[in-house]
Design a binder for this molecule. Structure first.
Ligand code: GMT
Length: 385
């Protein structure tokens, strides 16, 4: 049994989902898990056994123009580590969480805390690359006791961008296949005709997601078959998607759901998931679609080729090539036998390669290595404990 503190962005988004599900699975296997953040992670729900949540409170201080969250987080990490006897702090995002955890480690040496930093992508590609954050990101990666990256692509990118020589473990993201087996409630309007196919895109609608390409794929597919597009989530380019849909004359076939709490039920209404991103360190939503038996059409970029097997569980095309993506969609959707083969392969791959019981164990092994614990002791659930 180990005692682990986890810090993540508690809002919607892949990194928060992965961190929260990791903590929940670790606790279900007998470890003690303390989440430390400014609000309870959305996916936490009712706090399970052996899990606690500790809120970093904002304090107003007249002399400071901006609230020093990183310092407040580091202080809370020390307090919770003392209270719960934490052995290890696992932070999900280099900036700003890794510097906070490293500060906690140095400021309370008697606790002998180990720091694990997981890189999720935007910390490296956007935030960490801001010239002002570069030195601190590099330092945080170098000083963490272990660093994991969610894809080989991201590990190599972090190494190249920040000139890092240390070892970094690749621990892919994961799903719980059972979450994707639930019956589908009627959360979306029915298809307008039985032969209408449903394309789906799920994201935070940031420019990196290239939502305009999603709409262009819909227009391309509609030249050959009745099709609709369901856009799940919200963000800065949602209006762009509508404008493109209006200009292409397909707006009547686009539904915007806004942000939804749980994507698994909605995914069951899709025939294909589209993810034509500019870059994507992993693409958790692609994996979630595959776990639901939904083939994925995505851009051949970043960590996506590690998730989607081109020609088996979906198709990959160059960034911006919405015609190729549309052609792949047409090929799959007009051949039932081919579609079912892809759907089956997608579900199989998600379950065999990216199931939580395989991946969470990889995190446990990283922890056990740092704590110099024999695996048998660290992996208590394997002993039936
Ligand atoms: O995709 C986003 O904009 C959200 C971001 C996040 O922090 O949740 O996603 C990143 O981390 C996910 C979980 O590891 C990955 O699946 C996403 O690919 C990654 N996003 C990008 O690399 C753009």
């Amino acid at each position: 049994m180990m005692r682990i503190g986890i810090t993540c962005y508690p809002t919607h988004g892949g990194s928060g989902v992965v961190a929260t599900e990791l903590g929940k699975h670790l606790a279900s296997w007998g470890h003690e898990v303390a989440f430390i953040s400014y609000s309870a992670p959305l996916r936490l729900g009712i706090i399970p056994e052996r899990v606690s949540f500790h809120e970093v409170e904002a304090v107003e201080y007249p002399l400071l123009k901006n609230y020093p969250y990183t310092l407040a987080l580091a202080s809370k990490m020390i307090a919770v580590a003392r209270m719960k006897g934490l052995q290890l702090l696992h932070v999900h995002y280099a900036i700003p969480f890794a510097p906070a955890a490293l500060m906690a480690k140095v400021a309370a040496p008697e606790l002998d805390l180990k720091v694990v930093t997981t890189l999720h992508g935007t910390d490296i590609t956007l935030v960490g690359n801001d010239p002002t954050f570069r030195p601190i990101t590099k330092w945080a990666i170098e000083q963490s006791d272990a660093v994991t990256a969610v894809s080989r692509f991201l590990r190599d990118q972090a190494r190249d961008e920040f000139d890092i020589e240390r070892d970094m473990d690749v621990v892919h993201n994961f799903v719980d296949p059972e979450r994707h087996d639930r019956p589908c409630p009627s959360c979306i309007a029915p298809r307008s005709s039985p032969d209408e196919v449903t394309l789906m895109h799920i994201s935070n609608f940031r420019p990196v997601k290239r939502v305009e390409d999603v709409v262009r794929v819909l227009a391309h597919v509609r030249k050959r078959m009745p099709a609709r597009l369901i856009l799940v989530g919200d963000g800065p380019t949602a209006c762009t998607a509508l404008q493109v849909a209006l200009s292409l004359g397909v707006a009547d076939s686009v539904q915007f759901t806004g942000v939804v709490e749980e994507i698994e039920p909605i995914l069951q209404q899709a025939d294909l998931l589209l993810l034509p991103s500019e870059t994507e360190s992993f693409g958790l939503v692609a994996l979630e679609a595959m776990a639901s038996g939904i083939p994925v059409i995505a851009s051949k970029v970043g960590g996506l080729p590690e998730v989607v097997t081109h020609g088996e569980t979906g198709f990959l095309a160059p960034v911006g090539d919405y015609e190729a993506m549309g052609d792949h969609a047409i090929d799959l959707l007009s051949d039932q036998e081919l579609y079912h083969r892809f759907s089956h392969a997608a579900r199989e791959r998600a379950g065999a390669q990216f199931s939580y019981d395989k991946i969470v164990r990889e995190y446990e092994r990283v922890y056990a290595r740092l704590l110099e614990m024999p695996e048998r002791e660290a992996l208590s659930h394997l002993e039936g404990g």
